[in-house]
Design a protein around this ligand. Sequence first.
Ligand SMILES: NC(=O)c1ccc[n+]([C@@H]2O[C@H](COP(=O)([O-])OP(=O)(O)OC[C@H]3O[C@@H](n4cnc5c(N)ncnc54)[C@H](OP(=O)(O)O)[C@@H]3O)[C@@H](O)[C@H]2O)c1
Length: 332
Amino acid sequence: MRSYHVDSGAGIEGLALREHATPEPGPGQVLLAVRAVSLNYRELMVLRGDYVLPVKPDVVPVSDGAGDVVAVGAGVDPSLVGARVAATMFPSWQDGPFGVEHLPQLGGSLDGLLTELAVVDERGLVPVPAHLSYEEAATLPCAAVTAWNALTGGDGLQAGQTVVVQGSGGVSLFALQFAKAHGARVIATTSSPAKAARLADLGADEVIDYRAEPDWPARVKALTDGGADRVIDVAGVLDQSLAAVRVAGHVACVGFISGTAHPLDPRLLFAAGATIRPIAVGHRAHFRAMNKAIEANSLHPLIDRTFRFDDAPEAFRYYASGEAFGKVVITI
Ligand SMILES: NC(=O)c1ccc[n+]([C@@H]2O[C@H](COP(=O)([O-])OP(=O)(O)OC[C@H]3O[C@@H](n4cnc5c(N)ncnc54)[C@H](OP(=O)(O)O)[C@@H]3O)[C@@H](O)[C@H]2O)c1
């Protein structure tokens, strides 16, 4: 069987495809035939060498994937063989608050899923919604669970509330879909008129081009009664998110795509009177609850493009170009 390997900071040209003997699952583990994986921003950080969590040398990259259980180790129910499953990013995090004991993560300190066969912890798997293809299911573990946690955590999103989603990346597109399924009103921000039109087609009630209108929080305030109930901050613009959220509203602190140009003045936090909640993807119980909602609403993740396993470096290059609208997937 074949696996890609890479060292943190080695770049896309550092991806190396190697042959291995078929691995054996140990106690509590299963052997997964990986059918598809999807790329997230974290993969680019691993390749750049600035991922925020530890990365093992010569790691098998990519956290997100789905496939079939083909063998089980001691202590695992043999009826699991044949199950269609997706892997959780933090295999030991089942429920409750995040802690350092849950830091080991696929495609980082643990080998990931850009491989034909993977040995994974049985506790780090969830069944795949029946109506989804392997490619669709492979998009869920990081981006979708993060969006779900960002929307349902804290007081939890209520129908009729207003949510701001930033940009048209993986997390934000899932947040848009889930927020609409909750009966919320969605204000999306994006970087171009073409992407704005696509976000409106997907159900965004209002779209603001943050390049044409840098003071987008003022537009959010004007479009709402004193600010949005929730902002899903993937851009790392907490000063702007606090300016866009209502008093006692909720800002999910998810990412920092725009770098460190937006330091947070504590006076803004006092003035906003809002809660900022840092998100670390989510636990297995989040994943299961999200899958129920995906099934109940017959949701399908948006896939931009699918690549073959042998063309994985090309998939990384395409994803890094920022052209994708929807997930970039590799079929195995
Ligand atoms: N905390 C967690 O658990 C967690 C989990 C997943 C991801 N993240 C983080 O969340 C962020 C998004 O991840 P992703 O996987 O969704 O990324 P992605 O799919 O690569 O999406 C990137 C998108 O962000 C938008 N963007 C770029 N610069 C922006 C800016 N200045 N303001 C607003 N939007 C901007 C762009 O869309 P437009 O052109 O439409 O603006 C771009 O398509 C990353 O920082 C990632 O590390 C964190």
